[in-house]
Ligand binder design. Structure first.
Ligand code: BGC
Length: 748
């Protein structure tokens, strides 16, 4: 079959039987298709509960098969055995890298470099393409204000604008420039997720209830999904959570009202893993028939990984013939996606006839791409007395469970191989001779007593070979003979990611002990932190001289860190999420609403202000914060006009002076505050930013354009528009920086 036009696709839908149509809405894993047997595997079918007479060759898509040989085999077998010869879609969770693993998404966003993010997404898509994958379940653009939630690592952080820019860059990188709906070679389809507000589970507990006012949902949580859809994302995935009492996967208001009608999304809506069946456990559906009905009526096209649609939809549709058009539309959407990918032309898209890949995987160019992004993703949080970079001839003691660790890819790198990871030790060895670099583990990564709680992953956590006191003694010995200590510490990759919620997001206890011990040695300490989330570092921050926040930096992490530590590259990342001082401050985000009794207006000890008795209101590190090896001064703010009108945007510029001794990149941020409006507005809202390179002792002008559109918000009437009045514009280095301010007036 060749590429089809709309009419041909409609005719194809019409030619299908009811079972064949419903098959297109099913997604299974590959266990049903055994390479060695000619028939379908009965075991998995039984486990899934698929009714016996269902012909598996009618299935429309396959989940998480990432081997090109298996993909070719399954595709071929299905095409041979199915009556309609519609190619299968292969979808997988390639979230931030196929073989060349990029930094985790939260880290990527710390780069604030959308060009590099897009380039990296393009590289990731090219690797997927070669492996025969058609759709990736990326980007995840759930806004998160709570670092207890484990999936914060996959998120773009707390800010709506930054997340929306990330959503666009990712979709454009993954899908390429989609002309006439066609996805070009070396690109695949993107699936934005999890619709909606999955990043706001109560108390940060995975899969928990989401309670958000419609205002907060629309104002802060929905725009990033919308940005991905506007960028052309071909698929959307539902979320596991309820929103205000209704599970997202069966939520008509959300999926039809907002997604289809308001956002005008015409692509495929796929459920999250088994989420259709879980409507029963939620207590939202009586039984499987009811679950199928509720998900289907809400607009879910594909049922991921359950037999609910396959078993229940035939009866539902036979009994309710008025549902036929709904079914045909859903099937047409799936076929459109196959057509957009060119699968009717070439069902083996991207895979060579031998099943061998074309050596692009992990190529030098791809490694370079991952390295650049990793370098820009890492955030320098502290650098007292310029302890960093490491100076020439300094003898370094590299200590900590992350010194030689290769498991730094993060929880969702399912196709990455730790063997390809450049460890921190390996990175530093490129700079330091064996005499100047001594390495010791220093402590356990995790308290052995806690390992069991990691369930099936506990077997992947290697047992500690030596007792803690021996590790510590060895560390003290090498530390004493060094000029500086690099302490490489962090969470285990199993402490974040799906199902990785923590009530106490701090460093594991044995490593805290190590930091305390090292701090008694009177040597400068550089802390390198690996993590999938903002950790609470309040107790250890004062014990160290410098902190470099590595997140999980991916395959090239060790090289990136070494380049930064040794000063080959200056750090340029800034935080996409607030780092709280205490768990009790969570949820915490910079763009909160003003209260009637703000702390800032009250006298020091005054009780009746919005504050805590036992902790400051401030974070440890604020959104947008990050240092570099040079210093920047912002001055000379200029505004083209103090009045902004619908058809008259204004320009605001500042002079950015690099007063330090080396070139550096600075992320200049523009925030607005709507002084009074018909609904209370955030005390500060990011509206634009620029990442600029400035040579030492030189000054650059940084100019922003501000339009009426950027002043819009959701009013209580439901309208999205701007209101005349006063706005304070701040151009600053981060969200708590005073920066340079000007007041502008918006006139209709
Ligand atoms: C996750 C999704 C993922 C899906 C398929 C689910 O558990 O929530 O993000 O895409 O599994 O693997």
């Amino acid at each position: 079959m060749k590429k089809m036009n709309e009419q041909q696709l409609i005719r194809l839908v019409e030619s299908l039987t009811l079972e064949e149509k419903i098959g297109q809405l099913m997604q299974l894993t590959a266990e049903f298709f055994d390479q060695n047997s000619k028939t379908v595997e009965i075991g998995p079918l039984k486990k899934l509960g698929l009714e016996n007479d269902f012909d598996i060759n009618n299935v429309g898509s396959i989940l998480n098969t990432t081997n090109p040989n298996d993909i070719r085999f399954i595709q071929q077998k299905t095409l041979e055995q199915s009556r309609h010869k519609i190619p299968l879609l292969f979808m997988a969770d390639i979230i931030y890298g196929m073989k060349t693993i990029l930094p985790i998404p939260l880290a990527q966003v710390s780069s604030w470099n959308m060009k590099e993010i897009k380039e990296s997404a393009k590289m990731m898509a090219a690797e997927c393409y070669e492996m025969g994958i058609h759709v990736t379940f990326s980007p995840m653009v759930d806004i998160v204000r709570d670092p207890r939630w484990g999936r914060v690592m996959e998120s773009p952080g707390e800010d709506t604008y930054l997340a929306s820019r990330y959503a666009k860059a990712m979709v454009e990188g993954i899908q390429g420039s989609v002309e006439e709906q066609q996805i070009p070679d070396s690109h695949i389809a993107a699936c934005v997720k999890h619709f909606a507000a999955y990043g706001a589970p109560s108390a940060g507990r995975e899969y928990n209830t989401v309670e958000l006012s419609e205002h907060t949902l629309r104002e802060f949580y929905l725009p990033s999904y919308y940005a991905a859809i506007q960028a052309g994302a071909k698929l959307v995935m539902t979320a596991f959570n309820t929103i205000n009492g209704i599970p997202a996967t069966g939520n008509q208001w959300l999926n039809r009202g907002i997604l289809r009608d308001e956002f005008d999304f015409n692509g495929v809506l796929i459920s999250d893993y088994a989420a259709v069946e879980e409507l029963i456990v939620h207590g939202y559906a009586e039984d499987k028939t009811d679950a199928a009905k509720k998900a289907f009526l809400s607009g879910v096209d594909i049922d991921m990984k359950t037999a609910v649609y396959a078993n229940e939809l035939p009866k539902l549709i036979e009994e309710n013939p008025e549902l036929h058009p709904l079914l045909d539309t859903a099937v047409l959407r799936v076929l459109n996606l196959k057509n957009d990918l060119g699968l009717f032309d070439d069902p083996y898209r991207g895979i060579t006839s031998t099943g061998k890949t074309m050596n692009k995987l992990l190529s030098n160019v791809h490694q370079e791409t991952a390295l650049r992004l990793a370098e820009e993703s890492i955030v320098l949080l502290k650098n007292d007395h310029d302890q960093l970079p490491i100076k020439e001839k300094e003898r370094v003691a590299l200590i900590g469970p992350y010194a030689k660790e290769s498991s730094t890819l993060g929880f969702w790198a399912i196709t990455g191989d730790e063997k390809d990871t450049v460890t921190l030790e390996k990175g530093l060895k490129k700079y330091l001779s064996p005499d100047d670099l001594k390495v010791a583990r220093g402590s356990f990564l995790l308290d052995p007593e806690t390992i069991e709680s990691y369930d099936k992953y506990s077997k992947d956590i290697p047992a500690e070979k030596r007792p803690m006191n021996k590790l510590m003694d060895e560390a003290i010995q090498i530390a004493e003979n060094s000029d500086k200590i690099i302490l490489a510490v962090g969470e285990s990759v199993y402490q974040s990611g799906e199902g990785g919620s923590r009530v106490n997001p701090t460093l594991p206890e044995p490593q805290v002990e190590l930091i305390h011990k090292m701090s008694q040695l009177d040597k400068p300490i550089i802390l390198v932190v690996y993590s999938g989330r903002p950790l609470i570092l309040t107790d250890i921050e004062s014990k160290v001289d410098a902190i470099l926040y590595a997140w999980f930096p991916g395959t090239m992490g060790g090289d990136a860190l070494a380049n930064l530590l040794m000063g080959e590259v200056s750090p340029s990342g800034k935080l996409p999420m607030t780092f709280p001082r205490s768990v009790g401050q969570i949820p915490m985000h910079y763009n909160e609403f003003a209260t009637g009794r703000p702390r800032s207006l009250a006298p020091e000890k005054y009780r009746f202000a919005s504050k805590y008795l036992d902790e400051s209101n401030l974070p440890l590190y604020s959104f947008g914060y990050g240092l570099s090896y040079t210093s920047f001064v912002y001055h000379s703010l200029k505004v083209s006009s103090a009045i902004i009108k619908d058809d008259r945007p204004i320009e605001i510029s500042i002079m950015l002076e690099n007063t330090g001794n080396r070139e550096g990149k600075e992320i200049v941020q523009l925030y607005i505050c709507d002084v009074a409006a018909s609904v209370v507005r955030p005390i500060k809202e990011l509206k634009d930013f620029k990442k600029v390179t400035v040579a030492s002792k030189t000054t650059k002008e940084v100019t922003f354009k501000l339009t009426e559109e950027q002043l819009r918000f959701h009013q209580s009437s439901g309208r999205y528009s701007s209101e005349p009045g006063k706005f304070i514009v701040t151009i600053a280095a981060n969200s708590t920086d005073e920066g340079l301010k000007t007041t502008i007036i918006y006139e209709k």
